[in-house]
Design a binder for this molecule. Structure first.
Ligand code: UDP
Ligand code: MG
Length: 160
């Protein structure tokens, strides 16, 4: 159903999506990017990057008291990651749906983790959990000049 009042109140958001080192090592970069691309979101930033420990710790600072935190930092810094900034109305929640549950064994088939992973500690991809964190994480992972403003030609075929 068409809900014009709802559409008008929906805001363009940004989500920080990151292919973790296992996704890169397993050759899943194209497959994972493709899912966001095909859905119709707009890519604004993209780079391959081997992240320093300090940045990984800042990114996951809310989890610093968890028992798995040291292993998580080792994992994220164990090889290059693919950093991405994606934009769109509702992109934050939608990307979380495309990614699937944190534990890949509980993630639905059809989701990235549901299709491509078996363990929480090797769950191939990160996605921001709120629009605020989307902004925070993109600012953390990208420097000025690394993001591109553009209008994909497909836009009028995606939104009326
Ligand atoms: N993680 C882990 N063990 C756990 C929970 C989380 O290794 O018991 C890792 C996993 O890589 C996860 C990340 O920490 O993706 C961040 O956890 P969060 O709960 O934010 O999950 P996400 O938002 O990535 O689904
Ligand atoms: Mg999270």
């Amino acid at each position: 159903i068409f809900l014009p009042h709802l559409m008008a109140s929906m805001e363009v958001e940004e989500s920080y999506i990151m292919i973790k080192p296992d996704g890169v090592q397993r050759g899943l970069v194209g497959e994972i990017i493709s899912r966001f691309e095909k859905k119709g979101f707009k890519l604004k930033g993209l780079k391959l990057f081997h992240c320093p420990k300090q940045l990984a710790e800042e990114h996951y600072k809310d989890l610093s008291s968890k028992p798995f935190f040291p292993k998580l930092i080792t994992y994220i810094t164990s090889g290059p990651v693919v950093c991405m900034a994606w934009e769109g109305v509702g992109v934050v929640a939608s990307a979380r749906k495309l990614i699937g549950a944190t534990n890949p064994l509980q993630a639905e088939p059809g989701t990235i983790r549901g299709d491509l992973a078996v363990q929480t500690g090797r769950n191939v991809v990160h996605g921001s959990d709120s629009p605020e964190n989307g902004k925070r994480e993109i600012a953390l992972w990208f420097k000025e000049g690394e993001l591109t403003e553009w209008t994909p030609v497909q836009t009028p075929w995606l939104v009326e």
